[in-house]
Design a protein around this ligand. Structure first.
Ligand code: MG
Length: 256
């Protein structure tokens, strides 16, 4: 079932969005050569405790998960692109790191992701991140009343196609509300004018992610981390967005 939020409820969701943005900004600042993924998770965990927020990840145990996630942050490095389970690993010069973070504040969830390079970047990785961010912006731009769900995916897919990037349709965005994953599924490609009509009060996570040369992924032996089949690197960008009469409202905007 697709749930719609009243303007008052969308106002209530703002603190969760602001907090997620604040944590991702702190993590971006902290991520550097030599920093351990577990230190980043610990930083996010400390901020959650101080804020009195609730992690959406730590007890997360869907049917495909081997066991509860046990951490509060997804850290996906290089050929890992989604659901990266933090483990003892010190970031190295040139690593491409994707951070995905979701919490509940006052009973409302916000979910957001960002990718960055630590140390000396490869030109192609910066281009991948830039394209992924541009696809996210295009998806958000299509999240307007009068459009349909697949218009968002189409906007994302157009950016990927222009850049020559393969598109995976299995993992994409989702409804966000009292819980992290609701309907509808927001695929990273689609046909214009198709799918559920976008109405004021629909709150969704829009999250393009791309690998340089494949759309095929597999699960790491840790039971969570999703890696590219061909070893190519991935980037991920995500915001929680409310569709309103006044246009898309990015609840997790950083630096806002
Ligand atoms: Mg997320």
């Amino acid at each position: 079932m697709i749930e719609l939020r009243s303007p008052a409820e969308i106002e209530q969701m703002r603190p969760a969005g602001r907090f997620v943005a604040e944590v991702l900004t702190a993590l971006q600042d902290a991520a550097d050569v030599g920093v351990d993924l577990l230190d980043l998770d610990a930083l996010a965990h400390r901020m959650i405790r101080e804020r009195g927020a609730e992690s959406c990840y730590i007890d997360y145990h869907p049917s495909f998960g081997a066991s509860p996630f046990g951490k509060v942050l997804c850290t996906s490095v290089n050929d890992a692109v989604l659901h990266g389970l933090p483990h003892p690993y010190r970031l190295r010069d040139g690593d491409l790191l994707s951070l995905d973070f979701a919490v509940s504040v006052d009973g409302w969830v916000a979910d957001s992701a960002v990718s960055l390079v630590v140390g000396t970047p490869r030109e192609e990785d910066l281009r991948l991140i830039e394209t992924t961010e541009r696809a996210l912006a295009a998806g958000i731009g299509a999240a307007v009343v009068g459009n349909h769900i697949e218009d968002i995916g189409h906007a994302i897919g157009e950016v990927a196609r222009e850049a020559g990037l393969p598109i995976n349709l299995q993992f994409g965005g989702h409804g966000v509300g009292r819980t992290m994953h609701g309907e509808p599924h927001v695929a990273n490609d689609g046909r214009p004018g198709r799918g559920h009509p976008l109405r004021p009060g629909l709150v969704i996570a829009i999250e393009p992610w791309f690998l340089h040369t494949t759309d095929e992924i597999h699960t790491d032996p840790d039971g969570w981390t999703l890696r590219s089949d061909d070893g190519s690197r991935g980037a991920h960008a995500e915001h929680t967005v409310a569709i309103t009469e006044d246009g898309p409202l990015v609840l997790t905007a950083r630096g806002a």
